[in-house]
Design a protein around this ligand. Structure first.
Ligand code: UTP
Length: 297
């Protein structure tokens, strides 16, 4: 029987240079969409998908992340005394039990593949998920849950994929599709950031993965790939070549690239508008902005 996916790795050791100077002192993952840090969206998605163990690959300067998942007794007491029950519930819903979270340090930012490899000793002989918190996905059914359900049918390795226009493909890892079965595609190759017009398909890989222990074995042997970093894509490509058990999954939902400034702004607007308590005032403001912009043209 196939083993259940109960562990997820959250690689959060990147330098976040696209958000300097903010990321000089705060981790990118603590930056907020409306009132929740990016990492909270990732944790909620993982929990909804049945993940029980949360493994963070962190780095120097990321201690705010560790503190965020600790309990906050003073805050909780104050809110309780003041009878602010809703806020208290909101706060407590972010608490994690002792032993549910593990932190591992990646002491040099040698790439995503290397970050995943740093967690190797915390994984058993079972498939595990990888979630990149800067890819935030708004979906009726959380993306990782959709993937775990599909993975129960296919087994092997699975990467989340979305259709992108051809001119965008060179910013992503792109799938070379063997067979298209609808939501699931089987994959015969994967190219990291292909040159314009050389992308094998319009299916781009984004930051959700279900991987087998074989990927760790490949990372163990990894040589530096594109950009001098150890790429996760290379370890997956090697798996395609040797064992032919890699699938792409077209998830249902809207993905926001919160690792980029424009994507973060898009997400802020979308999540702001999705909030009942903000929608009225915020959409009025956006309408005004649009009217002012149109009048100026
Ligand atoms: P990015 O490519 O977005 O890099 O990493 P970054 O450092 O976070 O941001 P920029 O490009 O400098 O602005 C994708 C994911 O992989 C993690 C990051 O934390 C992010 O979640 N990562 C990347 C690591 O954990 N370690 C690395 O060495 C590289």
């Amino acid at each position: 029987m196939m083993k259940k996916v109960t562990k997820a790795i959250f690689p959060v050791a990147g330098l976040g240079t696209r958000f300097l100077p903010a990321t000089k002192s705060i981790p990118k993952e603590i930056m907020t969409l409306v009132d929740r840090p990016l990492i909270q969206y990732a944790i909620d998605e993982a929990r909804a998908a049945g993940i029980k163990e949360f493994i963070f690959v962190t780095a120097r300067g990321k201690s705010a992340l560790e503190d965020y998942f600790d309990i906050a007794p003073e805050l909780e007491n104050t809110l309780r005394k003041k009878g602010k029950t809703e806020l208290l519930q909101n706060l407590k819903s972010t608490n994690m039990d002792s032993g549910q979270i593990a932190y591992i340090r990646q002491n040099k930012a040698l790439g995503l593949g290397h970050a995943v490899w740093c967690a190797r000793r915390l994984l058993g002989n079972e498939p595990f998920a990888v979630i990149l918190p800067d890819d935030v996905i708004a979906a009726e059914k959380p993306c990782l849950q959709q993937m775990i359900e599909a993975h129960a049918e296919t087994g092997g390795n699975m990467v989340a994929a979305m259709e992108v226009p051809p001119e965008m493909a060179s910013s992503y890892g792109v799938l070379d599709v063997r067979e298209d079965m609808g939501s699931v595609v089987s994959v015969k190759g994967m190219v990291e950031k292909p040159a314009v017009n050389e992308a094998p398909s319009n299916l781009a890989v984004i930051g959700r993965y279900i991987l087998t222990p074989d990927i760790m074995r490949n990372l163990n042997r990894a040589k530096s790939g594109a950009g001098g970093e150890i790429q996760l894509t290379d370890a997956i490509a090697e798996e395609i070549a040797t064992s032919d058990n890699v699938y792409g999954f077209r998830f249902r939902g809207q993905r926001y690239d919160c690792g980029s400034k424009a994507g973060f702004l898009h997400a802020t607007v979308a999540f702001g508008l999705a909030r009942e308590d903000l929608r009225g005032e915020f959409s009025q403001f956006l309408d005004q902005m649009t009217a002012t912009k149109n009048a100026a043209q």
